[in-house]
Design a protein around this ligand. Sequence first.
Ligand SMILES: [Zn+2]
Length: 446
Amino acid sequence: MKDGCAAGASEGTDDMTERETEPLTEKIYQRQPYQKEWKSEILRTEGNSVVLRSTIFAPEAGGQPSDRGMLGGYEVRHVREENGIIYHELADSEKTGQVQISLAAGQTVEMKIDWERRFDHMQNHLGEHILSGLFKSEYDADNKGFHMGEDIATFDIDRKEITAQMLRNIEHKANRAVYDAIPVEVSFVESAEDARRYPLRKPLSVDEDILIVTVKGVDCVACCCPHPSDTSQIGIIKLLRTEKYKGMTRIYFKCGMRALLDYEQKHEVVTALGEKYSADEFSLLKKESIAEAKREEMRRELNRLKDRLAEIRASELLSGAETCVTGEMEEEGTDDLKRIAKKVTAKTDLPVILASVKDRCVFLTHSGKSALRCGALVKEFAPGSGGRGGGSDTQAQVVFRDEEAMRNFVQIAVSSVSRIPETKMQKSEGPAKQEGADDGRRKERK
Ligand SMILES: [Zn+2]
């Protein structure tokens, strides 16, 4: 979306329909942006939409969502403008979508806008004017797009690089403009010719019925949205972050109550962290880096101890192993099994089959000098025991729903390994793989 919007212009069509004679909706919100309630005549209804003679509901425009509120007892869900006619889309109170409305042309209806939502839009919208005007005057940079979400707003500046220093400069100047309570002047001019005497920030996109919004010394642009009466109404302008966007820089910002709520939430986080680290907010980062260094030291120490424990476990498992090295661990998880298995395979070429009760997992591996094909064994026998897993010839892992299924699989795997003839031989004769030792069983598994 382009920033700002077509300034209240009508675009005629060649199609001679009845609608062409329909008067354009009078936009009360442009001249009286603080009008919260209003009465107007219904000109016509169309499905669940209503067209009025005049309205205080601002339609969706220029990247800004529409007003919401109540109209003739119905909820106004969305407001759109087409060729100068404003359509109020109504919903029932349960927001179930389409609604049969019992309003008719000629009837006068009362309307009330959701003022909190409108004022939030006005604050953030005028904030965008100020920020855009400052980017233009300070850095000759243009705002190429604006979007206002429910929680955060963005605009796109046509610069690849926006430094932190630039952002701070803009933010400080923008907030000074707020403190100065500069009046927002809205001028209605009839033609593009008349608009020439204004120092417009960007070219006009319409050539008649133009609204020009001026914040003296800061910004001047054609715009059709409702604005606060002076800049002090914005309260706070806070730039939050930037990101690269189509060769430009997208800037996220919040104004007014949004900015205050943002500050409140962040203050809560910082206060909680301060209590945790017994530090004020300015020494938090230092405290955190000290804590991180301690955690790193503990990680290294834990790793060293786990390694030592794995050595001991490996030695225990190796003593008395005949055809394979196997064991069941209570507290060790899958990563621990792998660590222990690595210690074992460094000392023997026997296959290793380890089970973790904690993770209900079995890990199979060998040094690469056993004829056992770990992945194939898992593929053949694990599904029968309700296990899920897989792997390569030299290592595989499988997870089970319960311990019994896990133990059942271990038994099958161990007995299967013991039937591989070269396994024993390799233990006594060394690492050379006996290609001719394939038995029928291995061939079956292929
Ligand atoms: Zn505006």
